[in-house]
Design a protein around this ligand. Structure first.
Ligand code: CA
Length: 231
């Protein structure tokens, strides 16, 4: 029996964008559901339990951030925020409210699919935790506490290890400054952005071909970092 297509709930009040997203998903092996309001979104999320939700924050009947916080009370699958371009504060607020990632409008279908697949992979991995995290030629063994790049051992400090592990857990996805600071310095830590920048700088020297032109560890200005396989 073939596995059913992942059900994706698209919450967006602007009909042209909603139709564009729905068509893109339907053409690539997903089963989209549509909601134009927060009320319809909650109904669809509770009754259909989608595999992931794409959520526009500007909705006519309710603040999308409030809806996001409500959903996070019981919905543990990926939520990707769709945000207007340049609204950094929306992106940070969305991530802090429990979104897994964000897509800045306007976005293309390939970017949408890449983010969605990364989020869904992460969701599966959550249910089946792996002791070895892999991204491209980087491998981090959580049990042996060992990192290799193309099979060669990379020596990291405990702080570098903690941050790289967090980035690898969310490979392909945006990890916020706050999330990284919490992973490295503990959940109670205050703003440590200077310390974070320093550790990222050290990590780049160890995992990038050319640390001044990073191809794996990408900066998302004002928000966080994203680790990719460098391809
Ligand atoms: Ca909107």
């Amino acid at each position: 029996m073939p596995t059913p297509d992942p059900v994706i709930l698209v919450v967006e009040d602007e009909a042209p964008i909603r139709r564009f997203v729905v068509a893109g998903l339907a053409a690539h092996g997903f089963a989209p559901l549509e909601a134009a309001t927060a009320t319809a979104a909650l109904m669809a999320a509770t009754s259909r339990r989608p595999d992931a939700i794409l959520l526009d924050l500007g909705l006519p009947d309710r603040d999308g951030l409030d809806l996001l916080k409500d959903l996070r009370g019981w919905y543990d699958r990926p939520i990707i925020v769709l945000s207007a371009r340049g609204r950094e504060e929306d992106k940070v607020a969305g991530l802090d409210a429990g979104a897994d990632d964000y897509l800045a409008k306007p976005f293309g279908v390939p970017e949408l699919l890449a983010r969605l697949r990364a989020a869904l992979r992460r969701s599966v991995r959550d249910q089946h935790p792996e002791p070895v995290l892999i991204c491209g030629d980087l491998a981090l063994d959580l049990v042996a506490h060992r990192v290799t790049r193309s099979g060669e051992e990379v020596h990291l400090t405990p702080l570098e290890f903690a941050l790289l592990a967090e980035l690898l857990r969310f490979a392909g996805r945006l990890v916020s400054h706050r999330q990284l600071i919490s992973a490295g310095w503990g959940p109670q830590a205050g703003p440590e952005s200077a310390g974070l920048r320093l550790v990222v700088h050290q990590l780049r020297r160890k995992i990038e071909e050319d640390p001044s032109q990073p191809r794996r560890l990408h900066t998302e200005v004002g928000i966080g970092y994203r680790l990719t396989d460098g391809a």
